[in-house]
Design a protein around this ligand. Structure first.
Ligand SMILES: Cc1cc2nc3c(=O)[nH]c(=O)nc-3n(C[C@H](O)[C@H](O)[C@H](O)COP(=O)(O)O)c2cc1C
Length: 240
């Protein structure tokens, strides 16, 4: 009799089944919007995933520049009346990534700042990710669940210059758009990055290579630690 009660799910004792469900690992996806591998954005995303992994998450990192895809082409298939699950109809190498994101539990995006905004590939990705879930009806999002999301921005500009170049407006605008769809978003800003492996090889007089290298070994390490903690937070179901 007791066995029957415990075997409600596939012959497995119910108590064990519930415990498994409770500790089912979360899937966290990172999207690298930098064309460079093993540089600032990629490294920070890896640290973020390390934090999530330590907390117990299953993780995956995707490099946008490895994929052949375009931004939204305004086909509006995702807005048709008879569409029940809003999906991007474009059939290219981003399609499986968008499907993985639909099923994931948290998402972290990373991009260098290019001319005061995210990179072109990240922009195209955001159009494809956000527009199908942007409802033209009264509900703001058709994603169907709330997930934690974060954005990591890297840039040459020093921290003190950010209010003058208005980058914060871009970061906040992206946060607003992402929050509207996924319900939750935060961002990390990493400034004065180390851009070249040998500053002496390039014609640069506005940045000091030695200072940047020193910063790489000190401040950037702290930035990596912050990204690691961000990953742990992403794992949490609590609001960021
Ligand atoms: C095409 C291009 C445009 C850039 N524009 C800016 C900019 O507007 N502001 C800024 O602070 N840094 C700018 N940068 C510097 C990058 O944002 C910075 O080096 C970043 O950390 C690079 O990321 P990565 O190391 O992950 O590739 C630019 C770099 C490139 C290649």
């Amino acid at each position: 009799m007791q066995v029957q009660v415990l075997s409600a799910v596939g012959g497995e004792p119910r108590r064990r089944y519930l415990r498994k469900e409770k500790y089912k690992s979360m899937k966290i996806i990172a999207i690298n919007g930098s064309p460079r591998k093993n540089w600032n954005t990629h490294i920070l995303l890896e640290k973020c995933l390390d934090g999530a992994k330590e907390a117990g998450a299953e993780t995956e990192l995707i490099h946008l520049y490895d994929l052949n895809f375009k931004g939204c082409t305004s086909c509006f298939v995702c807005k048709l009346k008879d569409v029940t699950v809003e999906k991007c109809a474009m059939n290219d190498e981003l399609k499986p990534v968008l499907e993985k994101i639909r099923a994931c539990d948290a998402l972290v995006l990373g991009s260098p700042v290019y001319f005061g905004d995210v990179t072109g590939e990240m922009r195209s990705f955001l159009e494809r990710l956000l527009f199908p879930y942007s409802s033209y009806e009264l509900k703001p999002s058709s994603f169907g669940k709330t997930i934690n999301t974060a954005f990591i921005y890297t840039m040459n500009a020093p921290k003190f210059a950010l209010p003058f170049v208005n980058y914060n407006l871009i970061f906040k605008k992206n946060r607003k758009n992402i929050t509207r769809i996924f319900g939750n978003s935060t961002y990390q800003v990493v400034t004065s990055t180390y851009q070249f492996d040998d500053y002496n090889k390039y014609a640069i007089s506005v940045f000091n290579g030695e200072k940047r290298l020193k910063r790489r070994e000190t401040v950037f390490k702290k930035d990596c630690r912050k990204a690691f903690l961000l990953g742990k937070k992403l794992y949490n179901i609590i609001r960021l």
